[in-house]
Design a protein around this ligand. Structure first.
Ligand SMILES: [Zn+2]
Length: 462
């Protein structure tokens, strides 16, 4: 995409803002609306007590594309918004127009009911979350930090984990942490020449050997004390009827100082790859290129390794691990190693990382103390008030990043949570693929949740 104001494709958000204006008239009279970087929507509903920190609710307006070739596979056309009595179908229906509309509906309903908040309510809607949020969320957060300062929000809610079943119970697992991210580019430079008289190993062979070494030294599962999945396991062991006995046993035996061969994490990881990567740094070689002709030896071979960094680890330790591996291969083939120093020479292995690198997110506190309400206890209480006390609330972790990556400085209480739940239609969101849809019952409950949450937050001292 080009820049806002230059690339006409951004103009798609103008009629959407118009739709919100038409659909939520009270919100547009009583709340102040600011446009940040043209399409970022920032609503402020001023509370009566300026000493209370505001509540910040987030969602994004943009959606991922629908590839033309997949349109015929859709049960109902992807941009029809077709309602069949149970679901609304279409791209964005569950990621994340539903959250945005539920927030607007909640505010509109509270205004209709004559609610007057003590605590200011801020709505912040980005417009490029699916391509990293640089133009939307990053600008919105800059604006908010300038206006309110650091650590100025009582709580932030953004899109995130749905309510799901596990171990015979129902769990709401608001995301209180996110894994980190780093892409490492590796270049192997070796002498070229005619392929009829090749050396035993050329650049592609050496790159292949390094890739094999990287895969053979992948990261082990490890549960840091602050990893929210540990909290989820503890909650499951305590309350879920079919929690595995072996896991329970390992939980009791766990030593908080254990760093190597974490038996609990290894056992918990057997559940599925999805679970494993909630407590493991992932490493995947995703791009490769080298060579130009079948009769010429490759002079420059490059590949890229994607990492999603485990909670408790950091970018520096990932870079140091891959440097160790590259140095073994460099020594073996008498190549110079340039590790993250910005140089590339003939006969060398060069490592660099991309600017998109991101540390794991700070972990939101999830302590529940009956004497001192916390943002987490209000979230948990609101959820159980709405769905019943059979729903367990436990900390969750996200493997991807939401727009909240730009909001870390605004609050320590960040939750990535999809509060709408339809127990009959669970898991049928089809986010980012064919037949994306939202259960209208889940959507109505999301609206109810936001109404209750905003009212509850107004009653507590945070
Ligand atoms: Zn989303």
């Amino acid at each position: 995409m080009g820049e806002v104001g230059e690339d006409p494709r951004w103009d798609a958000f103008i009629p959407f803002a118009g739709y919100l204006f038409k659909t939520f008239p009270l919100s547009h009279t009583k709340a102040q609306l600011q446009h940040v970087n043209k399409h970022g929507l920032l609503y402020t509903w001023q509370g009566s007590d300026p000493t209370l920190k505001p509540t910040l609710l987030m969602a994004h307006q943009d959606v991922v594309p629908v590839p033309g070739s997949t349109v015929p596979q859709w049960t109902h056309p992807p941009f029809s918004g077709f309602y069949d009595g149970t679901f609304v179908w279409g791209r964005g229906s569950s990621d994340c127009k539903n959250q945005l509309i539920a927030i607007m509906e909640a505010v509109e309903l509270l205004l209709e009911a004559g609610f007057k908040p003590k605590r200011t309510i801020i709505l912040s809607f980005g417009f490029d979350e699916e391509i990293s949020g640089v133009r939307g969320a990053q600008q919105l957060s800059k604006h908010l930090t300038e206006q309110y300062g650091q650590n100025s929000m009582a709580v932030i809610i953004d899109e995130g984990a749905p309510i799901t079943k596990a171990w015979g119970s129902v769990f709401a697992t608001p995301g209180v942490a996110e894994k980190g991210y780093v892409d490492v580019d590796i270049v192997v430079r070796m002498p070229g020449g005619h392929s009829s008289i090749p050396p035993a190993h050329n650049g592609i062979g050496v790159a292949a050997e390094l890739i094999t070494l990287i895969e053979a030294n992948a990261y082990e599962p490890y549960l840091a004390n602050e990893n929210p999945y540990l909290g989820l396991l503890q909650c499951g062991a305590e309350h879920a009827p079919s929690f595995p006995r072996k896991l329970k046993h390992l939980l009791h035996k766990r030593r908080p100082s254990c760093k190597k061969h974490d038996a609990l994490a290894l056992e918990a990881s057997k559940e599925s790859l999805t679970i494993k990567y909630l407590m493991t740094t992932s490493v995947a070689v995703d791009l490769i290129s080298g060579g130009v002709k079948t009769n010429a030896l490759p002079e420059r071979t490059s590949f890229t390794v994607n990492h999603r960094i485990n909670v408790g680890s950091n970018i520096a330790s990932i870079l140091s691990h891959i440097t160790d591996l590259a140095s073994q291969i460099a020594t073996k083939y008498n190549l110079t190693l340039h590790a993250f120093n910005g140089t590339e020479t003939p006969s060398s292995i060069t490592l660099s990382h991309r600017k998109t690198a991101l540390e794991p997110a700070p972990v939101t506190p999830t302590v529940i103390d009956p004497k001192a309400p916390s943002a987490y206890s209000v979230l948990a209480g609101t959820t159980r008030a709405l769905y019943g006390e059979d729903v367990l609330v436990a900390p969750g972790i996200m493997t991807g990043n939401t727009d909240t990556r730009y909001y870390w400085d605004l609050s320590e209480n960040i939750f990535r949570f999809a509060p709408g739940w339809d127990k009959e239609q669970e898991g049928l969101g089809s986010i980012h693929t064919v037949d994306e849809r939202i259960s209208v019952q889940a959507h109505m409950d999301a609206t109810r949740w936001f109404v209750k949450f905003l009212r509850n937050l107004d009653e507590v001292d945070l």
